[in-house]
Design a protein around this ligand. Structure first.
Ligand code: C2E
Ligand code: MG
Ligand code: MG
Ligand code: MG
Length: 302
């Protein structure tokens, strides 16, 4: 991993300049390799979407899924976004990759619907570079038309930092998206340059409480207070709330007590391949260890 190599390089420090240099070379090679592999990945159809369900806490039903990108690299196998999204963003490749995600997610949601699965919200993550594209709104509109998915079934996840870079521009883009009819949610809520200002200024529908707060439910009263406050704030503003990274019953119980609308996390299901996701939508038992966390995946874990 690049960060690990960098860390080791730093640790090596001055006393061991040759070691440092070797590590730097290795890091540079790794980076070059990744860039060129990434450039081929779309054409070679190496990207796949996994889907993680969000469960509505009142009905117990799946209200939506989040599409999460995976790179099926021929050598190291499945690569997770943390390892390549940053690089893709830096070299601008995130724009065509994001366009692929949008198309694929809309097509999949429409296909599930046509196949008789219950209707759901399909959420996709948007990167800063994508958000800044002039044709963002028209490309989303086009993807919806091509797939036949209703705009109200597409949810766009944006981060706080993405909105705060250029507030005027962000407001204009978000208003246009809203006019199109798509839903807007704030991802990793509470971890960015949190400004409550934008909740008033922007047409947001939903907040996703960051995993770092959810993780500490049961051990840190401050995190619990923050989670509770986010839920009340969201509800007073007419927004819905989903908690990310729910792994334990204790967290679920606390969230339910606070009136949280839905939850997403390994407790309910890991991200799943499309076939496994479809089985779950149909209420069928998982066919094999389909999820990324094997035994943790699949309904019936509740
Ligand atoms: P995110 O949007 O906040 O997605 C949630 C992440 O938490 C996912 O990681 C998911 O697999 C993980 N997760 C879900 N439940 C649990 C849990 O109970 N415990 C723990 N520890 N983790 C859980 P993933 O798939 O590795 O994605 C990481 C980030 O990469 C995402 O964070 C998102 O910011 C970005 N990303 C993923 N797909 C895309 C994409 O298509 N486009 C863009 N621009 N970014 C993406
Ligand atoms: Mg997300
Ligand atoms: Mg998130
Ligand atoms: Mg996150």
């Amino acid at each position: 991993h690049a960060d690990v190599a960098m860390y080791r390089a730093k640790q090596a420090g001055r006393n061991n300049f040759r070691f440092y240099k070797a590590e730097m070379n290795e890091l540079a090679m790794y980076r070059l390799r990744m860039e060129s592999d990434l450039r081929n990945a779309i054409e070679s159809q190496e990207f796949v979407l996994y889907y993680q369900p969000q469960m509505d806490l009142k009905s117990g039903r799946i209200s939506g899924v989040e599409a999460l990108l995976r790179w099926q690299h021929p050598r190291p196998g499945l690569v997770h976004p943390a390892e390549f999204i940053g690089v893709a963003e830096e070299i601008g490749l995130i724009v065509p990759i994001g366009a692929w995600v949008l198309e694929q997610a809309c097509t999949q949601a429409a296909a599930w619907q046509r196949a008789g699965c219950p209707p759901l919200q399909m959420a996709i993550n948007l990167s800063a570079r994508q958000f800044a594209q002039k044709d963002l709104v028209s490309s989303i509109d086009a993807a919806l038309r091509r797939s036949g998915l209703a705009a109200s079934q597409l949810e766009i996840e944006i981060t706080e930092s993405l909105m705060m870079t250029d507030v005027e521009q962000a407001a204009a883009t978000l208003n246009e998206l809203k006019r199109l009819g798509v839903r807007l949610s704030v991802d990793d809520f509470g971890t960015g340059y949190s400004s409550l200002y934008y909740l008033k200024r922007f047409p947001i529908d939903k907040l996703k409480i960051d995993r770092s707060f959810v993780r500490d439910i049961g051990s840190d009263p401050d995190s619990e207070a923050i989670v509770g406050a986010i839920i009340s704030l969201a509800h007073s503003l007419g927004l819905s709330v989903v908690a990310e990274g729910v792994e334990r019953h204790e967290q679920l119980a606390y969230l339910a007590r606070c009136g949280c609308d839905s939850m997403q996390g390994y407790l309910f299901s890991a991200p799943l391949e499309s076939e496994a996701m479809e089985r779950m939508l149909r209420g069928l038992p998982p066919s094999k260890a389909a999820g990324e966390r094997g035994k943790m995946a699949g309904a019936g874990q509740m």
